[in-house]
Every structure is written in structure tokens, then in C-alpha cells.
Design a protein around this ligand. Structure first.
Ligand code: ATP
Ligand code: MG
Length: 221
């Protein structure tokens, strides 16, 4: 989960690409953006999946919520796993999926059942969740599905040294311990890079970190 533009779709698609690289199948359901936008972005970061799409190792479905009922959507996910043996399912985003529902609480129950089923089948399900605004602060009345997830990775923007930068951290992992550091990451034309833990800043997740490391040179931090 993370704010708009932070790189959630890119991260999710890296899981699909790696799955296909192993020769396994992935199913991607796009609610928010056009299929071509996603394919072009993956090409742009040197992780193009066109050949995998061609070979049907990655199946991309662009969902128009006005056209597809939630029941049909759940049926398609099940078919991707049962019939096509997909090992990774990406839902981008869960906000888009919830918007397609007249009754949100009913969908949450169905989503819960679907995730349990996929988990039992050994399928990795990646749910992309967009937070409101650029700072990613939750607003009253918005849906939180993080309680359904076994693992939550949180992305944040932060401002430091005159630039807007991005950081991620693992907030939760149901099956065991996890790294608790906050690391900077960047999406460039050569892929997704994750840096060293940000130990010299405090308050990164708030978006306004303070530099607590040693001052370097005349200009300090
Ligand atoms: N070829 C590229 N070179 C450098 N940066 C790129 C490239 N392609 C994408 N990016 C970066 O990735 C960001 C978009 O990532 P992505 O679409 O995965 O974000 P998102 O969190 O899914 O956004 P949204 O909430 O709008 O769906 C861009 O804002 C840009 O900073
Ligand atoms: Mg996205």
C-alpha cells in the first residue's frame, strides 16, 4: 500500500514478471490503468513482459467495473488458478475493485474467502491498495483491507535535501519476523532499486524527516 504514483503497480508487476521468468503463470487484473500503460511502463524500466504476455505466461485482464460484476470477477480469478494454474494473482487495485461493489461489506467477505482459497492453493495474491493523496494519509470512511493481508509493504514519499524521495518498509508479516528498517527505493530506466536502511533520518514515514546523521562538509546535511 502507498500513495498515488509511489510505484505500487510497478512493484506488483515485478512479482508477475519473476513468476513468468520461472516458467510459471501469473494473472493480472487491472482496475485503474490501461493495459498498454502498464506494459509500456514495464518496458520503460527494462522489465518488459510483452514476450510473457505473448506466450500466455502473464494474462492481463483490464477490468471495467461497469461491465464486470464482482461475482464474475471472482469467478475469473478462480478460473485463472484452477484451470490455467496461475501461481501469482495481482489485483490492481483493491480500491478499484471495491468501487465496483454496491455493497462493500459483502465484497470484503467474498475477498476474504477468495484469499483463503488462493492461499490454500499456494498462490501468491498481491493486492495493491492506494492511499488518499500524495502523503498517503487515510481519510475517514475509506476502506482498509490490510487486515486481510499476511504481509503489508508500505510505500511513502519523503522530502530530504530538496528532493521528493521514496521509502518502503514491511509493516506486517503474519508468518514470522521481518526486517523493521525503512529503506529508500527508486524506479529508473534500469529497474527498481532498493537502497540501504535510512538510519540517518528520523520521521521518514511522516513525509517530513529530520536528518540526524553527522554533518558532512560545509553545507552540512
Ligand atoms: N521509465 C521510468 N523511469 C523512471 N521512473 C519511472 C519510469 N517508469 C515509471 N517510473 C516512476 O514510477 C512511478 C509510477 O509508478 P506506478 O505507476 O507503479 O505507481 P502507482 O503507485 O501504481 O501509482 P497509481 O497510484 O497512480 O496507480 C512514476 O511516478 C515514476 O516516478
Ligand atoms: Mg498503479
Amino acid at each position: 500500500m502507498g500513495p498515488s504514483g509511489s510505484g505500487k503497480s510497478t512493484f506488483a508487476m515485478v512479482f508477475a514478471r519473476r513468476c513468468a521468468d520461472r516458467g510459471e503463470r501469473a494473472a493480472v487484473f487491472l482496475f485503474d490503468e490501461a493495459r498498454e500503460t502498464m506494459l509500456a511502463r514495464m518496458r520503460g524500466i527494462g522489465m518488459g513482459i510483452d514476450a510473457h504476455v505473448e506466450a500466455e505466461r502473464v494474462e492481463v485482464t483490464q477490468v471495467d467495473p461497469a461491465q464486470l460484476s464482482p461475482g464474475e470477477f471472482l469467478h475469473r480469478v478462480q478460473a485463472a488458478v484452477d484451470e490455467k494454474k496461475c501461481r501469482v494473482v495481482i489485483i490492481d487495485s483493491v480500491n478499484g475493485l471495491l468501487q465496483s461493489m454496491p455493497n462493500e461489506s459483502f465484497l470484503l467477505l467474498q475477498l476474504h474467502d477468495m484469499l483463503m482459497y488462493l492461499g490454500q492453493q499456494g498462490v501468491l495474491t498481491v493486492l495493491v491498495s492506494t492511499e488518499h493523496g500524495i502523503l498517503g494519509r487515510r481519510v475517514a470512511g475509506s476502506m482498509d483491507v490490510s487486515y486481510l493481508a499476511d504481509t503489508v509493504i508500505l510505500a511513502r514519499y519523503f522530502e530530504a535535501r530538496g528532493a521528493v524521495r521514496k521509502a518502503l518498509s514491511v509493516m506486517k508479516k503474519r508468518t514470522g519476523g521481518h526486517e523493521k528498517t525503512i529503506r529508500e527505493y527508486d524506479i529508473t530506466s534500469s529497474g527498481v532499486g532498493i537502497g540501504e536502511p535510512l538510519v540517518e533520518f528520523q520521521g521518514v514515514l511522516t513525509g517530513v524527516p529530520a536528518y540526524t546523521g553527522e554533518k558532512r562538509g560545509a553545507g552540512g546535511a
